[in-house]
Design a protein around this ligand. Structure first.
Ligand code: SF4
Length: 213
């Protein structure tokens, strides 16, 4: 029986992505090989507890959710993550996966919505981007740029055209809370008429980034 190492399972509102604001169960897997400068889930780097996939699914089901997000850490760093994703899809809920963009996103159940970061220069982890993932994206997926400053914004805008991202999937631009004001990012997007969805991290405004919310 497959197991995953889990930091937390909790019910909250989705703070980002296309389903922002909708009640969602989060399954946070432990561990991440990256160290982004703005990381707000460093508590998930270590520890956690091993759980059978069937027990994880049972706990998720107890919330009777419509949406489930598998996050981390970097969930794909655990090779049993794909099995977990398929088991969650079998609950007949919408399942999304939040991933850093540093791990191969292939061979994932096609029912899963993949929300993939492309790490910007100011994250400190731009060298970890696995660009072969871009060709695997489809229209239900989303690519997220977490933007720290104007240089990151200019870099992200360049990626939109050089990687032909707009035609592949939805694009999310998110300002780093406390580093870049949402207003500045909004004005840059409008000035450049970019076809991207700007998002703020709703959970930070609602619960000030408290763990498990
Ligand atoms: S990929 Fe995500 S979890 Fe890992 S260090 Fe970066 S922000 Fe934190």
């Amino acid at each position: 029986m497959a197991q995953c190492r889990i930091t937390e399972i909790f019910y909250s509102l989705q703070g980002e992505t296309r389903t922002v604001g909708l009640p969602t169960v989060f399954v946070r897997l432990t561990g991440c090989p990256l160290r982004c400068g703005y990381c707000d889930t460093a508590y998930a780097f270590h520890g956690g507890q091993k759980m059978e996939v069937s027990d994880i699914v049972a706990e998720v089901k107890s919330y009777n959710p419509r949406y489930v997000t598998v996050t981390g850490g970097e969930p794909l760093a655990q090779n049993t993550c794909r099995e977990l994703l398929t088991a969650l899809c079998d609950l007949d809920v919408e399942v999304s996966l939040e991933t850093s963009g540093a791990m191969d996103i292939g061979n994932i159940d096609p029912r899963v919505v993949r929300v993939m970061d492309l790490k910007t220069p100011a994250s400190g982890e731009v060298s970890k981007n696995l660009y072969s993932n871009v060709d695997q994206l489809n229209h239900q997926d989303q690519v997220k740029f977490v933007i720290c400053n104007r240089e990151d914004y200019d870099w992200a805008r360049e990626q939109l055209s050089s990687l032909d991202l707009i035609d592949r999937c939805e694009i999310l631009f998110s300002p780093v809370h406390g580093d870049l004001t949402p207003t500045d990012l909004a004005e840059w997007i409008i000035a450049d008429n970019l076809p991207v969805r700007m998002q703020i991290q709703l959970h930070k405004y609602l619960w000030n980034d408290a763990q498990g919310r």
